[in-house]
Design a protein around this ligand. Structure first.
Ligand code: CMP
Length: 452
C-alpha cells in the first residue's frame, strides 16, 4: 500500500476513534476525568484538522497520523478503563459488543448476576460462592484490600494502604473485558483461594510471604488475557507466542505482567520484603503458581498431586500410631512445615480455584460457564474470520450440548482434583459436594432443554 493510501486509512481510523471518545463524555465521570477528556479531545481534534489541511509529502503525513492514532488509542484505553472500573464486567462486555454491532450466543441473555449482598463484611468473603460478578471493578478492588488487611499482610510488610491501593488498581487496569477472562474472574480465583485459607489449616500453615505471594498471584493470574487461548496465539504466531516459544504462552505473559507491576519503580514492592531471600521466594512462588494454571499440565499435575495425597494419608496414619515411616512416604507426603511441599499444594490449589466455578452455587456456576462458552464461541468465529484452523468444539451449538459439555468438564476434570483437595483438607469438602449437586441440576436442566 502506498504512503498516501495508508495516510487516508489512518485518517478514517482516527475519525472513528475521536467520535468514540466524544461519545464517552456522556458517561459518568468525575470532574477531573471529564476535564482530562475534553482537553485531550481539543488537542487531538486540532492536530487532526491540521493534518487534513496539510499538503506536505505523504510519507511524513503518514508517520504523524500514525503517531496521533497511537496517542488517541492510548487515551481511549484510559477512558475505557475509567468506565470499566465503575461497572460490572458483564455490563462492560455487553456494552462493548453492542457498540461494535456484535451479537452473543443466546444463553448470555438468560444469565443475570446473582443478588448483591449489601454492606460486605470480612466474613462474606469467606464464602466459596461469594457473588463477585455482581460488583463493579471498583468494589472488587475494595474487597481485595479488605482481604489483605484482614490477613495483616500490609502491616506485616509495612506497606501503606495508598501504595497497595495503587497496585490493586494497576492489576485491575491490566485486565481486558472479554466475556470470561476479566477482572471478575481474577478476583474470583483470588477470593476462592482466600475462602479456602479461612476454611482450612492453610491459615496457620502458610507464612506471610507464602500467603502474600499466592494471593497476589491469584488476583493477577490472567492479566491482559484477550479472550483467546494458547492454541490461538500459537496458530497466529503472535508476538507473545514467539516470545515464549509456544510454551505456556499466556501464563508466562500473565506472570510477567504481575512481576512488572510489582517491580515498578514508583511502587518498589519487592523492597517491602525483609531481604533478598524472601524477595526471591516471593517472586518464584508467584511465577510457579501462575504457570501451574496452564491447562495442558492438568493431568500430569493431578497425577502427582493424587500420589502426594495418598502418601500423606499413609504417612499420617503411621505417624499417629508411632510406626516407622519409609523414605518413599517421607519424600512424597505433604508435610506442612516443608516449604517445597506447601509450594506443591499451592500450585494445585490455585489451578483448582481457576477451574473451580463448578464447585460454587449453581447460579454462580452457570453464570461462569455461560460466559466461558461465549468466549470459546467468539474465538471460533474469529478463527473462521482469520482463515486459521477452527476449534470446532468451541462453537456453540445448542442448550443440550452446552449442558453435556459442562457435565464432561465438571465430572472429568474438576471433580477429581477437588476430591483430592478435600481429602487433604477436610474444610474444603463443601466444594466437591456442591459440584456433585450441580451435576444433578445439569442433568435435570439438560432433560428440560431437550423437551423444549
Ligand atoms: P484458562 O483460564 O486458561 O484455564 C482454565 C480453563 O478451564 C479455562 O481457561 C477454560 O478453558 C476452562 N474452563 C473454566 N471453567 C469452565 C467451564 N465452566 N466450562 C468449560 N471450561 C471451563
Amino acid at each position: 500500500m502506498q504512503a498516501e493510501a495508508r495516510f487516508q486509512r489512518n485518517m478514517i481510523k482516527l475519525e472513528n476513534k475521536l467520535n468514540y471518545l466524544k461519545k464517552t463524555l456522556q458517561s459518568n465521570f468525575s470532574p477531573n476525568q471529564k476535564e482530562w477528556i475534553q482537553n485531550h479531545l481539543m488537542t487531538f481534534n486540532k492536530l487532526y484538522e491540521t493534518l487534513q489541511k496539510n499538503s506536505s509529502n505523504s510519507e511524513s503525513l503518514e508517520k504523524i497520523s500514525e503517531d496521533l492514532y497511537h496517542n488517541v488509542r492510548k487515551a481511549k484505553r484510559r477512558v475505557l478503563y475509567w468506565i470499566k472500573f465503575k461497572s460490572r464486567d458483564i455490563d462492560t462486555f455487553r456494552t462493548l459488543r453492542k457498540e461494535k454491532g456484535e451479537t452473543w450466543i443466546p444463553i448470555v441473555d438468560l444469565i443475570d448476576p446473582p443478588p448483591r449482598i449489601h454492606e460486605i463484611q470480612n466474613t462474606h468473603l469467606w464464602d466459596l460462592s461469594f457473588p463477585c460478578m455482581s460488583y463493579t471493578n471498583e468494589e472488587l478492588c475494595q474487597f481485595t484490600e479488605m482481604i489483605f488487611k484482614e490477613q495483616n499482610l500490609l502491616s506485616e510488610f509495612n506497606i501503606s494502604s495508598d501504595k497497595f491501593g495503587i497496585v490493586v488498581k494497576k492489576i485491575c487496569a491490566e485486565y481486558n473485558a472479554p466475556a470470561y477472562h476479566n477482572f471478575s474472574h481474577g478476583f474470583n480465583v483470588f477470593q476462592m483461594f482466600y475462602a479456602l485459607v479461612k476454611k482450612t489449616e492453610l491459615e496457620s500453615a502458610l507464612d506471610k510471604v507464602e500467603k502474600f505471594a499466592t494471593l497476589i498471584a491469584a488476583l493477577g493470574h490472567d492479566m491482559n488475557h484477550r479472550g483467546y487461548n494458547n492454541a490461538y496465539e500459537s496458530k497466529l504466531k503472535t508476538k507473545t507466542a514467539l516470545t515464549y516459544y509456544d510454551t505456556a504462552i499466556l501464563e508466562n505473559m500473565h506472570a510477567s505482567f504481575i512481576i512488572k507491576i510489582l517491580k515498578d519503580p514508583d511502587i518498589e514492592f519487592f523492597n517491602s520484603l525483609p531481604d533478598v531471600t524472601k524477595q526471591t521466594q516471593f517472586r518464584d512462588l508467584i511465577i510457579a503458581v501462575i504457570l501451574a494454571t496452564d491447562m495442558s499440565k492438568h493431568f500430569k499435575l493431578l497425577k502427582k498431586f493424587s500420589a502426594g495425597v495418598q502418601a500423606t494419608m499413609e504417612y499420617r496414619k503411621l505417624k499417629s500410631s508411632d510406626q516407622p515411616v519409609d523414605k518413599y512416604l517421607e519424600d512424597n507426603a505433604f508435610i506442612m512445615d516443608r516449604p517445597q511441599d506447601k509450594r506443591r499444594i499451592l500450585k494445585n490449589i490455585i489451578h483448582a480455584c481457576d477451574i473451580g466455578n463448578p464447585c460454587q452455587k449453581y447460579e454462580n456456576y452457570i453464570y461462569w460457564s455461560t460466559l466461558v462458552t461465549q468466549e470459546f464461541d467468539y474465538q471460533a468465529k474469529k478463527e473462521e474470520k482469520r482463515g486459521i484452523e477452527v476449534t470446532q468444539m468451541f462453537k456453540y451449538k445448542d442448550l443440550p450440548s452446552f449442558f453435556n459439555g459442562q457435565v464432561f468438564f465438571s465430572r472429568n476434570l474438576v471433580l477429581p482434583l477437588w476430591e483430592q483437595i478435600a481429602i487433604l483438607f477436610h474444610g474444603a469438602a463443601e466444594a466437591p459436594q456442591n459440584l456433585k449437586m450441580n451435576l444433578k441440576r445439569l442433568e435435570e436442566d439438560k432433560i428440560k432443554a431437550n423437551e423444549d
